[in-house]
Structures are given as structure tokens and as C-alpha cells.
Design a protein around this ligand. Sequence first.
Ligand code: HPA
Length: 240
Amino acid sequence: MKKAVIGGTGIYDLNIKSISKEVKTRYGVVKVDIVNHYGEEIVFLARHGKEHTKPPHQINYRANLKALEKLGVKYIYATAAVGSFNENYEPGDIVIIKDFIDFTKTRVQSFVDSQTESVKHYDMSDPYCQNMRGKFSKRSLTKQLKIKGDAVYVCTEGPRFETAAEIQMFKKLGGDVVGMTGVPEVVLAKELGICYASIAIITNWSTGIRDELNSHNIKDLISANKSKITEVFMHIFLEG
Ligand code: HPA
């Protein structure tokens, strides 16, 4: 099983018949779905759990990534719900993440354990796979899925939203959108040598950008795009 999708908020399946499987890792047990797509098995993992019970700061990111590695996964498309503080990216828009700025505080970000291994460092000049980003951009055209652009993702610890002052700071630092789960997921994928790309759905304006922080219905904005996004993933996976 070489290919996987990690579904974020609002994306809990691939709309294809699946069987569930539990994968044991040294970090914990992970539940995944396996779908058979035209003869190829693809793994689906709901980041927050199928019932959305795991908050961003309590997701077992290391177990998730180890489980995918154990299944043989080499390519991951992930989705993320994000707030926007870039005036060009509005609720309902879709952007491709190109880089991140990390403001998480309590998360273990590495598999490297100095007790058992020599010290290693990982290149972060290209955290999100360029090839997978390019393919998504190209293939979304054929599904009439509009991509608004690419974005720098700021990751916060959550589960609280950001203050208006924090958002102003993130803007000055060069961010575009904010979410709570992108780090350490992308970092751990990199450590394992798994190609990873993240597609973000903008669900709200960030705090202080407009008056209406939470006036958008997150579920509706995501479900409007869910099947198109997952169809593009499947289409790309089918191509090889
Ligand atoms: N902030 C952090 N995470 C989020 C947001 C936000 O505004 N919207 C969706 N996930």
C-alpha cells in the first residue's frame, strides 16, 4: 500500500467501500480504512478519528505516521481546515500549502531517539512535496476544482483560536493561513522519507481580520469541496 490520504476536519472517508484495519506501532494503535481503487489499495486515516474525538494537541501524530510507514506508504495527501489572514483567500477557497511556520508548543516532533540512534537532522527547504503539489494543481483543473493559490501555513497549538494580536504577528512573519495540525505531521513524514502534500480548505477569516470569525459553517464549506478534493487525490493515485 503505497498511497494514503489523511483526512482533516470534515473528511472522514473517501466515499469508496472500505475495510477497517488496526495497525500496532510502538507509539500506539492506529485505525485506518483500506479502500480498493481499481485494484490498488489506498489507505485512509481520519486525523481526528472517525467521530472527530481527538483534538489537535492530543492527536498521536507519531503513531499515525509510523502506522502509515508500516503499511508501506510512500505518498500522502492530507487535507486541513484553516483560517485565513490573507485578504486574497476567503472562506470556501482552496489553497495548496507550500511552507510552514511552527508555533506549536507541546508536541513531540521527531522519531529520533538519542538513546538508540546517532543524532540526525532533516532538511526542511522543501517540506511539502513539489511533485505532488504540482500534480494536484494540474489535476484539479480537470475536476473543475478551483485552486486559489499557495500558502504559508502557521501551525498553532490549539485548541483555542488565535488572538487578533497573534494573527497580526503571523501576517508580519509571512504566513497566509492558520491551522492546528499541520505540524508535526509534515515533519514526521519527512523524517520517514514519505512524500507529503497538504491541501487546505479555508473555513473562516482569522481572528480580527473581519468581524465574522465564526459565522461560516465549517461543515458546509468542507462538504461542498470534499468529494472533488478526494476525487482529485484518487485520480492522481491512479496515474501512478
Ligand atoms: N485557527 C486555527 N485553526 C483553524 C482555524 C483558525 O482560525 N480555522 C480552522 N482551523
